[in-house]
Design a protein around this ligand. Sequence first.
Ligand code: NAD
Length: 266
Amino acid sequence: MTTIAITGSGSGIGAATRELMESQSVNVIGIDIRNAEIQSDLGTREGRQEAISSTLDIAGGKLDGLVTCAGVSVPFDPKLMLSINWFGTMELLEGFKSALAKGDGNSYVVAVSSNSTTITPNIPDELVSCCLDRDEPKAYALLDEIDSPEDMAISYAASKLAVARYVRLNAPSEDWAGNGIRLNAICPGAIMTPLLESSINDPVFGSAIKHLPIPVGDFGSPTLIAKWIAMMLSSAADFMCGSLVFVDGGSDALIRPIDWPQSFTI
Ligand SMILES: NC(=O)c1ccc[n+]([C@@H]2O[C@H](COP(=O)([O-])OP(=O)(O)OC[C@H]3O[C@@H](n4cnc5c(N)ncnc54)[C@H](O)[C@@H]3O)[C@@H](O)[C@H]2O)c1
């Protein structure tokens, strides 16, 4: 039987993915701070290590897939947001890598990034680099320099940009592609979940989110994102490696139409 782990399985996109995968007879091990078999706080190093070891115990040391959905958004403490969204993703990707490499065929990983990576202006490159360098103290020090409440969104976007860059940088390597692990990311736009609802209800951020241009009309649904994730967890993803799949109703295309892909000069 195919066994996968899903972080953030207790709500929203993670819960919708869990339901869809279970309907396809996949054995799902849920990891979340609540509503899951493995209840761990991915905002702490101990919680992440506990999540990894408990999952591997249940899975018998071998996983066929992984989805990293656990996350928080504005309004939330910026450091904790970076800790959960980036370190809570990266450490689990690293922690499950060898269990994913043990299968007979390919295994599949979907990291949940966001279209905030491309539609949020002024994400400091230095902050994203600190994340990728795993320099937590420096990353938190940089966040201390951000003082206006509106800039809390920078922490969210930086955490998601770090996830996207991690995927691009690592997916083609011997450790991942070479070991039969297909590592890709999905970048959802505004999806109606409890996370989006609390951002919409916030007096500082609500208005910008309500007025986000979405060319196809309305917010997306978690069940729709789950369908894309399910495809990226299947053999349909055998030729996908380091892809960032934007499913965002057209916001990124509208706001950044020609910024990427980019030509380059040699
Ligand atoms: N909803 C959107 O508009 C949207 C857009 C782009 C990306 N995303 C990303 O999708 C992912 C899922 O978000 P969602 O919208 O389904 O939100 P959600 O709030 O419905 O689900 C997030 C889950 O993460 C869990 N979680 C939060 N903090 C945790 C912690 N410290 N340790 C363990 N688990 C924790 C929550 O308990 C919850 O079950 C997140 O990474 C989010 O950033 C969401």
